[in-house]
Design a protein around this ligand. Structure first.
Ligand SMILES: C=CC1=C(C)c2cc3[nH]c(cc4nc(cc5[nH]c(cc1n2)c(C)c5CCC(=O)O)C(CCC(=O)O)=C4C)c(C)c3C=C
Ligand SMILES: [Fe+2]
Ligand SMILES: [Fe+2]
Length: 336
């Protein structure tokens, strides 16, 4: 009998429902994570539990209500669909599971189910192609926190990043081909932002600035999220024949100032002021459509662009259940 292998996919997580209570509970778990708000404990507790969550919960809940569909939260729906398709592709030698870093299905619950199956090997695959301590780092830390307490610790493979995987790039190239790129004045590659200090912490030899992260990936910056985002963009743009003069890399969803620049909303305003009318927006850090793509890009940036003279912000659909994305995950599993 061949040993079965367990595969654990992890995505970020989403509230259990768009109610204010569920959104509050989600934000509280998410933002109390020291890898997300990386400031001293007492300051984080005060900032998150007294300032951010009480003020943000009802505002965010309204946005989640717009996002919610009959299938629930798109992030969870598409992640589950990707899990099912990956299971079909891998066949019966593998058991594929899905967990969310925040809320449900939770990493401890899913790992407990996996522990009982006695796998000789577990492969952990965060659905974040670019490493960030706030996403991949946090998901992997949570897995290690749980597994370290097991009596029997199986062979464990943790996948950190794969932004340059040919099938992942191919997925976004295929998504891009669904649009007539020549019809657009400019193309944005809008990635989820991070506080600048979180980029700096990746380095042993000084801050991110000065490492040429906009242009190359080296031994020093290979785990810098910004360097990985720019490298991802070059790979997609090159394949689609988009010249560097026709695109801009930018970063969205900042909570305050001091996040990695340029900010997507500022870039969009500038594009409008320059007289551009149509923008095509890729968001390659998200492998499943979610609040940050459907609402922030698809609705809020559309409105913002319109206010500044533009006409259309067209979001490129995320990978969701695209065959290249499933192929990417399959090949990462088989390599491990
Ligand atoms: C690339 C993956 C992600 C990184 C890195 C990341 C960092 C990060 N996020 C916040 C704050 C928020 N993010 C929110 C939503 C959200 N974030 C990601 C992914 C990454 N975040 C996703 C996929 C989503 C959408 C989830 C969904 O349910 O659809 C939110 C909640 C929404 C809101 O209230 O605006 C917050 C807050 C920080 C602070 C951070 C790193 C420091
Ligand atoms: Fe986020
Ligand atoms: Fe960097």
């Amino acid at each position: 009998m061949k040993d079965k292998i367990g595969v654990l996919l992890i995505n970020l997580g989403t509230p259990d429902s768009p109610s204010v209570g569920h959104v509050r509970s989600y934000l509280s778990q998410f933002l109390n994570d020291p890898r997300v708000i990386d400031i001293p404990w007492l300051l984080r507790k005060l900032l998150v539990n007294v300032v951010i969550v009480p003020f943000r919960a009802s505002k965010s809940a309204k946005v989640y209500k717009k996002l919610w569909t009959a299938d629930g939260s798109p992030l969870l729906y598409y992640s589950e669909r990707a899990k099912e398709l990956l299971q079909q592709q891998l066949g019966s030698q593998y058991d594929v599971y899905l967990a969310m870093r925040y809320k449900n299905p939770s990493i401890p619950d899913v790992l407990e189910t996996m522990r009982k199956k006695n796998y000789s090997k577990i492969i952990v695959l965060p659905m974040f192609p670019q490493y960030a301590s706030a996403s991949t780092g946090s998901a992997l830390e949570e897995v290690m926190r749980v597994v370290q307490k097991w009596w029997v610790i199986p062979e464990l493979r943790l996948i950190s990043q794969y932004y340059d995987h040919a099938d992942y790039i191919n997925g976004f190239v295929e998504r891009g081909k669904q649009h007539r790129i020549d019809d657009y004045d400019h193309v944005l590659f809008s990635y989820h932002g991070l506080p600048q200090r979180q980029l700096d912490k990746v380095y042993n030899d000084g801050p991110c600035d000065g490492h040429n992260c906009e242009h190359e990936v080296t031994e020093e910056n290979k785990f810098c999220y910004k360097a990985a985002c720019y490298a991802t963009t070059r790979l997609i743009a090159e394949r689609l024949g988009i010249p560097s003069s026709k695109y801009t890399v930018c970063f969205q969803s900042r909570l305050d100032e001091g996040w990695v620049k340029p900010y997507s909303d500022e870039v969009i305003k500038e594009c409008g002021k320059k007289g551009m009318k149509k923008l095509l927006v890729f968001s390659p850090a998200f492998t499943a459509d979610c609040l940050e793509t459907i609402i922030e890009i698809g609705e809020e940036y559309q409105e913002l662009f319109h206010e500044h003279g533009g006409e259309k912000v067209q979001l490129v659909e995320s990978l969701n259940d695209h065959p290249s994305w499933i192929q990417c995950m399959k090949s990462l599993v088989l390599q491990n």
